[in-house]
Design a protein around this ligand. Structure first.
Ligand code: CMP
Length: 168
């Protein structure tokens, strides 16, 4: 019962593979610690304390070691991630990799279009991540001021980079 409620409130991370739910880690972090982390995320800078408190309830935190695969291209994806500490590498193609750092986010594409993960993302260093599950993502878009716009800016930037890589 406790496992289910921790999955529901986002305080435990799980991976869906072959239909199994495999806990990766639970960080034992409390709501105040989460508020402190959320307060530093540039994406949430327009949020009131009340909105941050609501965000803390739907956000999970986990730490992953260097080398950990965080999303795998072609697999279903159900979480949106924000990097709090450390860096991750997006393997966009065999020739193109992009580095993500603290303050960057990933995993939004599968939540927006329902398609499998577009790229494999790997922790380059030990990373601390915030994650928000699919069922809370829509309310996040509705409630966080400027979030949709930030996602559009990031997606436009990715299209430009992809075009440049294709056409020189
Ligand atoms: P998603 O497809 O859900 O999972 C893999 C994530 O990698 C993807 O969402 C984006 O967040 C990220 N990603 C994919 N392509 C790029 C890119 N060209 N630059 C930066 N991040 C990317």
């Amino acid at each position: 019962m406790e496992l289910i409620s921790r999955m529901m409130d986002g305080s435990i991370f799980f991976r869906q593979g072959g239909g199994d739910l495999e806990p990766v880690t639970g960080s034992g972090i409390n709501q105040d610690d989460k508020m402190e982390l959320l307060d530093k995320v540039p994406l949430f800078k327009g949020c009131t304390r009340r909105q941050l408190r609501a965000l803390a309830r739907i956000t999970g935190v986990f730490d992953a070691p260097a080398g950990k695969v965080l999303t795998r291209a072609g697999e279903p994806g159900n979480e949106f991630f924000l990097i709090i500490d450390g860096s991750a590498r997006v393997d966009v193609s065999p020739r193109k990799q992009v580095r993500l750092r603290a303050g960057d986010f990933f995993g939004e594409m599968s939540l927006l279009d329902g398609e499998p993960r577009s790229a494999t993302v790997v922790a380059e260093t030990p990373v601390r991540l915030l994650f928000i599950g699919r069922r809370h993502f829509q309310s996040l878009l509705d409630d966080v001021p400027g979030l949709s716009q930030s996602l559009l800016v990031a997606l436009s930037r990715r299209v430009r980079h992809a075009e440049k890589a294709l056409h020189g």
